[in-house]
Write a protein that binds this ligand. Sequence first.
Ligand code: SF4
Length: 397
Amino acid sequence: MRAVTTAQPLDVQPTPLALLLLGREADPKSERGVECPGDLPAPSDPDLVERARAAKEQLGDRVFVLGHHYQRDEVIQFADVTGDSFKLAREAAARPQAEFIVFCGVHFMAESADILTSDAQQVVLPDLAAGCSMADMATAEQVAECWDVLTEAGVAETTVPVSYMNSSADIKAFTGRHGGTICTSSNAKRALDWAFEQGAPRQNKVLFLPDQHLGRNTAVRDLGMSLDDCVVYNPHKPGGGLTAEQLRAAKMILWRGHCSVHGRFSLDSVRDVRERIPGVNVLVHPECKHEVVSAADQVGSTEFIIKALDAAPAGSKWAIGTELNLVRRLALAHPDKEIVFLDRTVCFCSTMNRIDLPHLVWALESLAAGRTVNRIQVDPETEKFAKLALERMLALP
Ligand code: SF4
């Protein structure tokens, strides 16, 4: 017989972290977990597609919708242009007539669009909880502390910061202030070449933020450095977990950050797919681990992956190591080729997937009703230095 107990109210309060992860709490400094105000339409509403279409039509040229390659199909169908984060920010800047830029992507991308567009344009992120775990891995405080460590070790003066596009506006501004540049996964080699040419040739160091894998892969594969030329700065350890001697000896100081999607592909996934599909070409993104990139046949940005598959002959076989939404769309677009996802256990980017049709409908209908919601606005001081770093990238040879 079961004992009967009287239910007592539990005195358990949700932790701030749990609320952040659920997107129910505000943290303006974080790339994730920010409250999404307003009444969202139900995901089961059968009229969502029609509602999005009608609101977009009502707004006409006043709105321009950007869709990142990793977004869901239900959202991508409403994008005026698709692309990677940098291409999208430039597309937004090239549409000065658009009063509203609705960015279907993640927070740092919307910040970059705000930095590159005019003050008259308003950038909207349909769900403020769409952050990026990689961008979250380098905060302004941590990076300032790192710079103090480099200064104490006597290497700050000869270190040039190079920050990946996938970073917050604060980190881009830090980069601009300290004479550095932004890079994308397409131009990382050019950015590193430029950084090492500043001052005495080859005497410089680079502090690469926040993706250690892109930094290491570019230094070793494209610049011919050895793995020993790279050290990893861990912001959770005193002094980054490095001695002053290690910092002085290193050429590349890699921030300990990674993409929670690309970082999950493993050497086993490559071996497994080669066994399953004889003759397969393995094509991966440079945010993957060095061992994965070394075992792949080709490595490149999302734009590179799209072009490589467009140019591939019918009947060719491909295993792709990048975000699942894009791989699925590419497989559908190329029925004459065999295209598979590199690792069957890796899932979608959860923060990219926060932008769904209900959030898009809500954002568009609010704009059509004269209410700007979820505006992303970078403060003028941060914008000034972040823009400087972005402009250095645009001027790269
Ligand atoms: S795929 Fe990776 S880098 Fe891109 S938004 Fe998601 S976590 Fe960030």
